[in-house]
Each structure stands twice: as C-alpha cells, then as structure tokens.
Design a protein around this ligand. Structure first.
Ligand SMILES: [Cu+2]
Length: 148
C-alpha cells in the first residue's frame, strides 16, 4: 500500500467519527405539563456522546440514575440538590433517573440514547421503582410507553 492511499483511508475513517455531540436541557420543576414534581421533558431522545443538563428551575430537586434501570456498563450519576448537573451519555439504551427526595411522588424521567436496546430489561425492572410511588403511579409506565 502506498502512503497516499493509506492517508486517504485514515481520513475516511476519521471523518465517520466527526460527529458533533449535542446538548439537551431537562428542567427540574415543581409542576409542568405532566403534573406536579416533574422533569421536563420527561422523555428525551439523544445520541451516545451527547450531554444532558439537568437545570434547577425550581428548588429542592436533583437527578440521580437508578441502579438496574440503565444500560449495562453505563456511568451512573447523582446530582446535588439545587445544582445543575451535566451527564454525558456513554452507552446506548434507555436510562431511568429520579429526583432523590421526590421518588415517592414519581419524579422520574427517561433518557433514550440511540436505540432502546435494553427496553425489555427496563420494563421488567421498572416495577421496583414504580412500587415506591404514592402519586402519579403510572407516570413511569406512560413514559416507557413513549420509548421507541
Ligand atoms: Cu424533586
């Protein structure tokens, strides 16, 4: 192989990875279009490598990933109360997260990174989280029904 062909090949390989990661905002709110104590939007679609910013629009909220409800090997997160937390999504699949103090109020949300490859596992394990809800008991099921 001569050098010119080799370099052309390298450029082609590099250009396929030349995708700009996007940013997405999710607001943490006392009330929104899905009811009280919500992440808005409750379901977002992103690409692997994108960053999701959780914004403390209202006070007394955070964002925390839920064990058993993320893709295998995904990096977990736990934001501080009243603080913005930014999460760069590193694995393909569905992520469910919660507001730690408002789990019982079904303050949860869903991130879909790329294709929802683990959706069957998420649906199977979602009941562990949903069983802690005392209000908006069907919110997580409704969100997962929107995933495609
Ligand atoms: Cu909250």
């Amino acid at each position: 192989m001569n050098l010119k062909i080799f370099l052309t090949g390298c450029c082609l390989v590099l250009s396929t990875f030349n995708v700009v990661a996007a940013d997405h905002n999710v607001e943490m709110k006392n009330g929104g279009k899905d009811g009280s104590m919500v992440f808005e939007p409750g379901v977002i679609n992103v690409a692997v490598g994108d960053t999701v910013h959780f914004l403390p629009t209202d006070q007394m909220h955070n964002s925390e990933s839920v064990t058993g409800l993320v893709p295998a090997g995904a990096t977990m997160w736990k934001g501080e109360m009243n603080k913005k937390v930014s999460v760069t999504v590193d694995k393909e699949g569905v992520y469910v997260y919660k507001c730690t103090p408002h789990t019982a109020l079904a303050m949860v949300g869903v991130i879909v990174a790329g294709k929802p490859t683990n959706l069957a596992d998420i649906k199977k394990n979602a009941g562990t989280l949903s069983s802690k809800f005392v209000t908006n008991k069907d919110r997580l099921d409704k969100y997962l029904a929107q995933v495609k």
